[in-house]
Design a protein around this ligand. Structure first.
Ligand code: MLT
Length: 353
C-alpha cells in the first residue's frame, strides 16, 4: 500500500511544525523504516552527518551519508507542504545555477531550493553568457568564483565538465548533469521517491529501461541503487547499452518481458536523441512496440510496481500516456516534488559543511 501524501505532511522531529497523532505516526513510521531498513541513527542525524565538498557523482557516496541526506530531505519535503516555505538557514549565501544545456525541472528545482533556504540565487543560461563570445568554461567558472559564491550548480553537455571546474573554483560544485556521465541529484531524488512509496530500497528489484548508453540518469542510479542494496536490471536493445554493460554489476535484458518480470520499480528513460548518432530503430513505432512502457508490458512487473521517469517524457515513444498519467502507478510528479526537497538537503549539507 502506498503512503498517501497527506500522511507525510508533518514533521515529528521538528517542533516548528504541527500535525495530529495519526499524521505524526505515519511520518515517524517513514523515518523509522529508514532507520530500521537502512540503519540510520536518528539521534545522530544532523550532528554526525558529513557530505562531500563537491557533489559530482553518485559513485563513492556512502550508504550512511546518502540515507542521512534523504532523511534531511524528508524534513524539507514536509516543510514544503506548508504555506510559508521559506527558511533562513542559508540566508546571505549565494548560489549560481550555470546551465549550458536546456532544463525545466532541474534548474527550477535548484532555484526554488536555494530560495526556500534563504539564498540569493542567480541563473545563468549559456545562451546569455560570455561562453557565446568564446570564453572557456574554466574562465567562466573562475570569473564567477571571484564573486564569492557559496555554491555553483553546473549542467554541461560534456562528460567531466563539473569535475573539471571543481578544480578551479573556491566553492562547492554540484553536478546538475554532465553529458552522458552523471546526474547525481536526479538519482538521489529517485531514491527518495522509491523510499517514500515503498518504505525501503534494500532487496527491491529496479528495472531501468531504454537508452542506457547515453543516460547520465541510468549511470547515477546504477551506483546509488546498488549502494542502497537494490537489485538493478538494465533493459535495452543492444545498440542502446554501453559497450561493456556487465561492468556495472546489473542484470542485462534485451526484452521487456524478462526484464520487467516481478520488478518493484520500473524506471523509464528518454532516448537521448541529442547524444545519439544516426537512427537507433527503424521507426518510433517499432521502438514503442518493443521498449515503450504500456499497460501490457507493465503487467509483467509486480502489481504494485512503481513507474518512474526523470522527464522530459516522450509520450508514445518510451512511455504510453495512460501509464504516465496513472496516479496509482506513476511517481513521475512525486519525483519532481521530491527534487526540490532533496536539493534543499544537498545545498544545506554542502554549503554548511
Ligand atoms: C537529464 O537531464 O538527464 C534529464 O533529467 C533526463 C533526460 O534529459 O532525459
Amino acid at each position: 500500500m502506498r503512503p498517501s501524501k497527506k500522511t507525510l505532511k508533518v514533521d515529528v522531529l521538528d517542533s516548528r511544525l504541527r500535525g495530529n497523532d495519526n499524521q505524526k505516526h505515519s511520518l515517524l513510521a517513514f523515518y523509522l523504516r529508514l532507520h530500521k531498513n537502512l540503519g540510520i541513527n536518528l539521534a545522530l542525524m544532523a550532528t554526525h552527518f558529513t557530505f562531500p565538498s563537491h557533489l559530482l557523482s553518485t559513485d563513492g557516496l556512502s550508504r550512511g551519508d546518502t540515507l542521512e541526506l534523504l532523511a534531511l530531505a524528508s524534513d524539507y519535503y514536509t516543510r514544503n507542504q506548508a504555506t510559508d516555505k521559506k527558511h533562513s538557514i542559508l540566508k546571505g549565501r549565494t548560489l549560481i545555477n550555470l546551465f549550458f544545456e536546456n532544463s525545466t525541472r532541474t534548474r527550477t528545482s535548484f532555484e526554488l531550493a536555494g530560495k526556500r533556504l534563504g539564498m540569493d540565487v542567480i541563473n545563468i543560461a549559456a545562451a546569455n553568457s560570455s561562453a557565446k563570445k568564446g570564453e572557456s568554461l574554466i574562465d567562466t567558472a573562475k570569473t564567477l568564483s571571484a564573486m564569492q559564491l557559496d555554491a555553483l550548480v553546473i549542467r554541461h553537455a560534456s562528460s567531466g565538465a563539473a569535475r573539471l571546474i571543481a578544480g578551479y573554483v573556491a566553492c562547492p560544485v554540484i553536478n546538475a548533469g554532465d553529458g552522458s556521465h552523471q546526474h547525481p541529484t536526479q538519482a538521489l531524488l529517485d531514491a527518495f521517491t522509491i523510499l517514500h512509496h515503498k518504505g525501503n530500497i534494500e532487496g527491491l528489484t529496479v528495472a531501468i529501461c531504454g537508452d542506457i548508453a547515453h543516460s547520465r540518469v541510468a549511470r547515477s542510479n546504477l551506483y546509488l541503487l546498488q549502494t542502497l542494496g537494490a537489485k538493478v536490471r538494465l533493459i535495452a536493445p543492444p545498440q542502446l547499452l554501453p559497450n561493456t554493460p556487465e561492468q556495472f554489476g546489473a542484470e542485462i535484458h534485451y526484452s521487456m518481458k524478462t526484464g520487467l518480470k516481478d520488478a518493484d520499480v520500473v524506471m523509464m528513460l528518454r532516448v537521448q536523441t541529442e547524444r545519439v548518432q544516426g537512427p537507433i530503430m527503424a521507426s518510433v513505432r517499432e521502438y514503442f512496440h518493443l521498449y515503450g512502457l504500456d499497460k501490457t508490458k507493465l503487467a509483467f512487473a509486480r502489481p504494485d510496481a512503481l513507474v518512474l521517469h526523470p522527464g522530459p517524457m516522450n509520450r508514445g515513444v518510451e512511455i504510453a500516456s495512460d501509464v504516465a498519467d496513472d496516479v496509482e502507478r506513476s511517481g513521475v510528479l512525486d519525483q519532481v516534488e521530491a527534487g526540490v526537497a532533496v536539493r534543499q538537503a544537498i545545498l544545506e549539507s554542502i554549503v554548511r559543511s
